[in-house]
Design a protein around this ligand. Structure first.
Ligand SMILES: Nc1ncnc2c1ncn2[C@@H]1O[C@H](COP(=O)(O)OP(=O)(O)O)[C@@H](O)[C@H]1O
Ligand SMILES: [Mg+2]
Length: 351
């Protein structure tokens, strides 16, 4: 049995009459790297602040280790928080910033020293321990912010878009660092981001948010392969779609009528309507077999390991497909191109 660390139950929040969070519920288990993924403004920061105790919900409960903490102040919650803007003390050295959480809890000096040393090692900040925040790089500041949150050994660590203030290269580096620190500490974490790549590469579980609601929770694989709706499907990756209508069901196989012809899908999830979107990912095409689509190549992008082709059909439907560069001979510029989608790779979504 997985051990439950944090549960959020039916959280609702409005600011000045405007609803910002609606019916938010989820459970985070021990040693999970739980991601909340959603576009800017959908309520992610508000949700984290409610979990940490900086904001009160209008309704709902926050449960930590089976204990209702909804009305506890932040400093009584045993939750760590890494802020988007780092929020370091400018007048304190790196090691003082890190030690602060233990100082105010009045731990003995030699204990603090030992803990700071451990955390400096974990976050690779030993060389800069005596510098001030203004004297270190953005990536190092981010690490200090992480070290400071980890040192009090919180039950759970909350991270609010921790990489968004870093440039692209640093972001990649810090992403691997976060993964390492997550593995080494075994700390349960909730990480909020609008960046699907961060969520897909780091997350053990992803909750996808749209506006004020969570629309799907699952592993990165589940979310990508079985998105519940078109918003989720297109937020976590590129997707092609075509309007269609289910006209027959033969066991698990659905027969679908579309503008581009009759297609077949093997799809086990229930659908509430016969009007659907026939969808597929750019990479899930083959060059022979069932569900043929014919078009012309409009242009292509070389992505290194992959070649992405834009295909336009006679009826004007545009599809993105991805192939291996070595397969390019089968797909020539300006020539007619035929590709196919396996029944198993079709994603059917309600309109
Ligand atoms: N203290 C506040 N007062 C009024 N409106 C707020 C406050 N905090 C957030 N909001 C509003 O709530 C919505 C969600 O904001 P936020 O939680 O910051 O979203 P995200 O972190 O996903 O970008 C936004 O429309 C924002 O303007
Ligand atoms: Mg935010």
């Amino acid at each position: 049995m997985k051990k439950e660390i944090l549960a959020v139950e039916n959280i609702e929040k409005s600011f000045d009459g405007k609803e910002v969070l609606k019916n938010i519920s989820f459970t985070v288990y021990e040693n999970e790297f739980f991601f909340i993924l959603g576009p800017s403004g959908c309520g992610k920061t508000t949700l984290l602040r409610i979990i940490a105790g900086f904001t009160q919900p209008d309704r709902g409960r926050v449960i930590l280790n089976k204990k209702d903490i909804t009305n506890l102040p932040p400093n009584k919650r045993n939750i760590g928080f890494v802020f988007q803007n780092f929020a370091l003390w400018p007048h304190m050295k790196v090691k003082e910033n890190i030690a602060f959480g233990l100082e105010i809890r009045k731990y003995p000096g030699d204990f603090i020293e030992k803990k700071v040393k451990e955390i400096l090692e974990l976050t690779k900040l030993k060389d800069v321990e005596n510098l001030y925040p203004s004297q270190i790089s953005g990536g190092q500041q981010q690490r200090v912010s992480l070290a400071r949150a980890l040192i009090t050994n919180p039950q759970i660590l909350l991270l609010d878009e921790p990489l968004s203030n870093l440039d692209a290269k640093l972001r990649d580096e810090m992403r691997s660092e976060l993964k390492r620190i997550f593995k080494e500490t075994g700390k349960t974490m909730i990480y909020v981001t609008h960046d699907q790549k961060e969520a897909m590469t780091l997350g053990t579980t992803i909750a996808v948010m749209k506006e004020k609601e969570i629309v799907q929770i699952g592993s990165p694989y589940e979310i990508y392969t079985y998105p519940r709706n078109f918003f989720v499907a297109s937020f976590v990756g590129d997707i092609n779609f075509l309007k269609g209508k289910i006209i027959e069901k033969i066991g698990e196989i659905l027969k679908i009528e579309t503008e581009e012809g009759l297609f077949y899908a093997k799809y086990k999830r229930p659908l509430n309507s016969e009007n659907i979107l026939f969808c597929f990912r750019p990479e899930s095409i083959t060059n022979k077999g069932e569900n043929l689509i014919k078009g012309k190549m409009r242009d292509f992008e070389f992505l290194g390991n992959l070649l992405r082709l834009n295909i336009i059909t006679e009826r004007g439907n545009l599809f993105k497909i991805e192939i291996l560069p070595k397969d390019f001979e089968n797909y020539r510029n300006g020539e007619d191109i035929v590709f196919s989608i396996k029944k198993e790779d079709v994603i059917l979504l309600e309109e």
